[in-house]
Design a protein around this ligand. Structure first.
Ligand SMILES: [Zn+2]
Ligand SMILES: [Zn+2]
Length: 326
């Protein structure tokens, strides 16, 4: 080999290694990082810009869902289109429920059936409070005819829709507070929170190789959030504005105090919990939603909420929007 040829070979090798590094290193960083994807930041109110409450924690490309609000699977597909590859709908197979209020579970049938129809071969694993098994069982019963047709059961001509016979199944794990799930990516701890008359309502703490994330679920002000976050990287917390509280009826005030957390109360909690980032989600406006009075709705705005939280909290805070990724 001539010196010139050797030089060219070395140069080609260097160029190859440089491009290999460029192409490979960022991809590796992306897949090893924990991503928090807000699939739905809404409430029971049918707001087209805010899907029902649902959050995805994606670790090394594996998604873990918290709550299954309206639109959960379509929002996962939208996030995948935006570049979160782990949220391919057929990959959705592990989920956690904070409690069984309808706004947090309306997407449960969607999560059972849609990923299966597009190719999920494993049963869905769901961790939730007592009552989750009954809910799953009734959903499967309600969709029994669909499942029979798609799998070819009881059809003399045989299966025609090509759906596999395992992907629609649900393994429910009814849980109590404590460590409820652990694998190579994540340790998940459920903790009890106060949510009005619900006997079982949970928040969750996710510990991944690079981050700790706490999700409040629906809760009135609770010291458990402070204890479980305790300097966590991300705290995702529900909230309503004090200004809207002042406008609702005494009955709705009573409801809010027992079931949810005001901006002022959240500012106190966050000041003690000291998260790296506070994300406001499930930004509810109960009482105003029902009254349907514009002035009442306006005082529940995102700007109002951020302003109120910032009055009592000096840390980093954002209003979460659907499909935001942190
Ligand atoms: Zn809710
Ligand atoms: Zn609730």
């Amino acid at each position: 080999m001539s010196a010139k040829h050797r030089e060219r070979t070395t140069l080609a090798l260097a160029i190859f290694l440089f491009f290999a590094w460029c192409g490979f290193a960022p991809a590796q960083r992306e897949t090893s990082k924990t991503q928090v994807v807000l699939l739905g930041t809404g409430t029971p109110a049918p707001d087209p810009e805010h899907s029902g409450p649902s959050t995805a924690i994606v670790v090394n490309g594996t998604p873990y869902l918290v709550d299954f609000g309206t639109g959960v699977v379509r929002q996962a597909a939208a996030a995948r289109k935006k570049g979160v590859r782990g949220l391919e709908p057929a990959n959705l197979r592990i989920g956690f429920l904070t409690h069984l209020h309808s706004d947090h579970t309306l997407g449960f049938p969607d999560l059972i059936l849609t990923p299966w129809v597009v190719g999920r071969k494993e049963p869905l694993e769901v961790y939730g409070p007592p009552g989750t098994s009954d809910m799953a069982e009734h959903i499967l019963k309600a969709y029994g005819e669909d499942i029979n047709i798609r799998t070819g059961v009881k059809i003399s001509t045989g299966e025609m829709e090509h759906s596999n016979s395992a992907g629609y199944k649900v393994n429910v794990h009814e849980i109590l507070p404590g460590v409820v799930y652990k694998d190579q990516n994540v340790t998940v701890t459920a903790f009890a929170v106060h949510h009005g008359k619900w006997a079982h309502a949970y928040g969750y703490r996710f510990e991944t190789p690079d981050r700790t994330i706490v999700i409040s679920g629906d809760t009135s002000p609770d010291a458990a959030i402070v204890d479980n976050c305790h300097g966590c990287d991300v705290l995702i917390h529900e909230v309503y504005t004090q200004a809207s509280f002042d406008k609702v009826s005494p009955q709705w005030k009573q409801y809010r105090l027992a079931y949810h957390t005001s901006s002022k109360e959240l500012a106190e909690i966050a000041s003690k919990a000291k998260p790296g980032l506070l994300i406001l989600y499930h930004r509810a406006n109960p009482g105003c939603d029902q009254a349907r009075i514009e002035e009442c709705r306006q005082v529940g705005s995102e700007e109002q909420m951020l302003q109120e939280v910032r009055q009592g909290y000096s840390g980093r805070v954002v209003a979460g929007h659907d499909l935001d990724t942190y």
